[in-house]
Design a protein around this ligand. Structure first.
Ligand SMILES: NC(=O)c1ccc[n+]([C@@H]2O[C@H](COP(=O)([O-])OP(=O)(O)OC[C@H]3O[C@@H](n4cnc5c(N)ncnc54)[C@H](O)[C@@H]3O)[C@@H](O)[C@H]2O)c1
Length: 252
């Protein structure tokens, strides 16, 4: 029996990188997956990969920065699968445009707030509401970053968004514990997704953050396995936790 047998998981940004790795792993562990993604080609492809492997998935084209889109994605998940047990607010990511505050374009701040923070807040707004209505409890997993834990260079807009995500992870954990809804976050170090491999070539900040990763570059599957633990009932006593998967960076 899979570790997520009988559960329904909604994963944002599941068309690529950590989101896709998590969708494939969660499906192998028995969850039905709502692949919530802005990019129609990659989102549909993730759903097809799951179905071709014998799993159950639906692709729901969604921009996580649009409230109506997120509300509709959650409703469609309920309509199709009948419940929501796991909400993984994964969509986000730093860009090469971000920089130390005096050098960054002003718009970069709002881009990061909108995608990483507002996208996560909206996921919780509608996803936790659905869990409350289903009455089965649930597990929320937010994507934060080691940048929200240690002082680092050149990503102040991204760092601000991820710091806020860590903060709301803790407050929401307190707010929904009595309804058995757990809220945790994963904090990856530099992880080998296509976006970050490109950043590592172009951007000294991202490549510098690798210096302290004693175990080297993290793989998307390593984050997916951490998220799997948080999604499963194995973590039923864990809430408000920020789980680092960073090759030892934050202790080096
Ligand atoms: N890869 C890393 O090194 C690393 C490190 C720390 C934290 N993280 C966090 O992990 C998460 C995933 O990172 P990744 O490297 O897998 O990213 P990625 O760029 O590989 O994948 C992100 C996915 O999100 C989708 N997406 C982007 N904007 C969207 C929107 N508005 N609506 C819906 N979908 C959208 C993209 O199309 C893409 O499929 C992010 O929140 C990122 O900040 C990653």
């Amino acid at each position: 029996m899979g570790r997520l047998e009988g559960k329904v998981a909604l994963i944002t940004g599941a068309g690529a990188g950590i989101g896709r790795a998590s969708a494939l792993l969660f499906a192998r562990e028995g969850a039905k997956i709502a692949v919530v993604e802005r990019d129609t080609q990659s989102g549909a492809e993730t759903a097809k990969l799951i179905k071709d492997a014998g799993g159950d998935a639906v692709f729901i084209a969604t921009d996580v920065t649009e409230a109506a889109d997120v509300e509709s994605a959650v409703q469609q998940t309920l309509d199709i699968f009948g419940r929501l047990d796991v909400l993984y607010n994964n969509a986000g990511g730093s860009t090469v445009n971000d920089a130390r505050v005096t050098d960054a374009p002003v718009d970069e701040f709002w881009r990061k707030m909108k995608l990483d923070l507002f996208g996560t807040w909206l996921g919780c707004r509608y996803g936790i509401d659905a869990m409350l209505k289903c009455g089965n409890g649930g597990s929320v997993i937010n994507a934060t970053s080691i940048f929200a834990i240690i002082g680092t260079h050149g990503k102040d807009a991204y760092t601000a968004a991820k710091g806020a995500i860590s903060a709301i992870t803790r407050s929401m954990a307190v707010e929904y514990a009595s309804e058995n809804i757990r809220v945790n976050a994963v904090a990856p170090g530099a992880t080998a997704t296509a976006r970050v491999l490109k950043l590592l070539k172009e951007d000294g900040v991202t490549s510098k953050s690798l210096d302290g990763q004693l175990l080297g570059l993290v793989q998307p599957d390593d984050i997916a396995y951490a998220a799997l633990y948080l999604a499963s009932d194995e973590s039923r006593s864990t809430t408000g936790h920020i789980l680092t998967v960073d090759g030892g960076l934050t202790i080096s």
